[in-house]
Design a protein around this ligand. Sequence first.
Ligand code: SF4
Length: 199
Amino acid sequence: MIDQTAFSITASDILEYLYCPRFIYFENYLDIPQHQEKRFKVQKGRDVHDDKQRINPAYLRKKLGCIERKSSVYLSSARGIRGIVDEILFLDDGSAAPLDYKYAEYKERTFKNHKYQLTFYGQLIQDNYNVAANRGFIVYTRSRNKLIEVPITEKMYLELDIIISDLTDVVQKGIYPKPTRYKQRCPDCCYRNLCERTI
Ligand code: SF4
């Protein structure tokens, strides 16, 4: 079993938890790795660190009032979360915003998991820089770098708090979580045989 005292939550953990809360139990509490070929099918997007084309700074300044930006910033916080933010934009209204590149096309809506990922990065920014982060941005690299603004509300931060707390309970106390509400995710799941859910 892993050293759960050293566990700190990443954005990927949040995405897995949102996909099915039991993944974290099997993978992080019981320490049973996922089979790569049957990994969950969340739209994670390809890692675009190597091929992303950074948005032009003059464009960001004009469109968003960005006065400073930092790239690939590793942040951690006392609430037990950590991650690398693609970009942090410091805006002329005194706030800051995470910007995340997705190797994906924009489909006229922002997926829930992408919103929570931005909220997660927003929390890291707030904890480290002591500034408000009430919006974030996603760049869809397969839609000609389309830039989408996503509000990050107090409600989203409160929901993130609950997810972090529940997820920590699973890893540190071994609390067995509820299954996903979406049955269609189960037949392909690598933990299907372990999970007592009747499919
Ligand atoms: S079988 Fe379904 S409920 Fe169980 S871990 Fe897999 S996705 Fe979650």
